[in-house]
Design a binder for this molecule. Sequence first.
Ligand code: SAH
Ligand code: SF4
Ligand code: F3S
Length: 449
Amino acid sequence: MNRDTPRTPPKTFHVKSFGCQMNVYDGERMTEMLGARGMTAAQDGISADMVVLNTCHIREKAVDKVYSDIGRMRREDGTRPLIAVAGCVAQAEGAEISRRASSVDIVVGPQAYHRLPDLIDKAIRGEQALDTDMPAASKFGALPGRGKQTRPTAFLTVQEGCDKFCTYCVVPYTRGAEISRPWSAVIDEAKALIDGGVREITLLGQNVNAWTGEDDKGAMQGFDGLIRALDALPGLDRIRYTTSHPNDMTDGLIAAHADVESLMPFLHLPVQSGSDRVLKAMNRSHSAQSYLRLLDRIRAVRPDIALSGDFIVGFPGESDAEFEETLSLVRQVGYAQAYSFKYSPRPGTPAADMDGQIAEAVMVDRLARLQDAINADQLAFNAAGIGKRTTILLERKGRHPGQLVGKSPWLQSVHVVAGESQIGDMIEVDIVSAGPNSLAGEIVRRKAA
Ligand code: SAH
Ligand code: SF4
Ligand code: F3S
């Protein structure tokens, strides 16, 4: 326990989330829970009595960022907030964190954050405050219900953890085994979000399409069944989901893309590499061909679907020719957007010990070439929207005064001139211009009847 740990109960707090959307969701749940306990959310970490760093362990850079953030917590007068490290670094490194950064007061894993209030009490009493349990009883049941939301869009975690053990990835170790939240818990949370003003829900999971469970009549359902039940809820206009795994893209889910109106025509389906040898070494259990055939089947039922993916360049042993296979796959698919990363060896994962680790300079070069190819496709996809009429959900203020940003069905950001009171409205726009990252639209004005 640190000598300089603040000893008065914190009244204000700030949660800073890194990493994936599930961490954003967890950060929101922590904020709601601390709020329900009478604490107030502060605008930033500097002024807050307590800072929660909700961390990501996926690549080395993400971890370094956390430690540099911890180092910057001391205020000019020499004091500092109570510091809690939550999220995947907390799970992966546990007590090691306090050894590396002695000012950390609380360490809490992603399956234990409902116990944060007890950990705060412990820390200010001067006791060790570490909880990286993965309790069988779900944290979700211990969290307060969802209330009024500040945005018309919300995340909803329905599935957590991963049993796939790709050889490069820490997620199965930091998030634990695959679990699906019960049907009624998901439906009830969705209803509460809708009551709180939400019109679009993005269902989250590390392998969200692996969701399975019994419905309210006791029948087994897959992810498509859950989507259909959510589609039937009055007031929910749009459903999205992420991240999905190619091996869990069932016939039922593909069919849902054909006929569930609120299910948006956008699919984030990571493939990681276009080389079968690399995919095998990654333990991805799909091939480049099986992935492309899957996309064909989805496009056959939903021709306008926008595709997104994740790629890793410089996986151990990746040759120039194998990298070219990735470029070739990207050209064949024509992604609407995609994320690409340099391989980062993660402690404890099989790939970190593989022969043939790739030099940084080679990875930098491959990443630049891959991103050029992806950016070109992304711009082409956006440019193809010019002149088309579409519906956007206005989500937030834009950078310029009098401007709002909404999302198209294909997850493109669309800027329009509109007043703040219109946030949450679904409006028709004509797309007038396009850049690599966003579109501009003009609101369609209907003549009074
Ligand atoms: N569950 C999802 C993605 C989880 S992590 C899936 O299986 O697709 C998000 C992305 O980070 C991965 O898709 C992968 O592209 C990337 N990633 C994971 N581990 C990585 C590593 N060690 N180095 C570089 N990128 C990595
Ligand atoms: Fe990681 Fe693979 Fe699981 Fe995705 S499927 S979370 S990349 S182990
Ligand atoms: Fe990062 Fe954990 Fe998400 S490692 S990507 S925050 S599941």
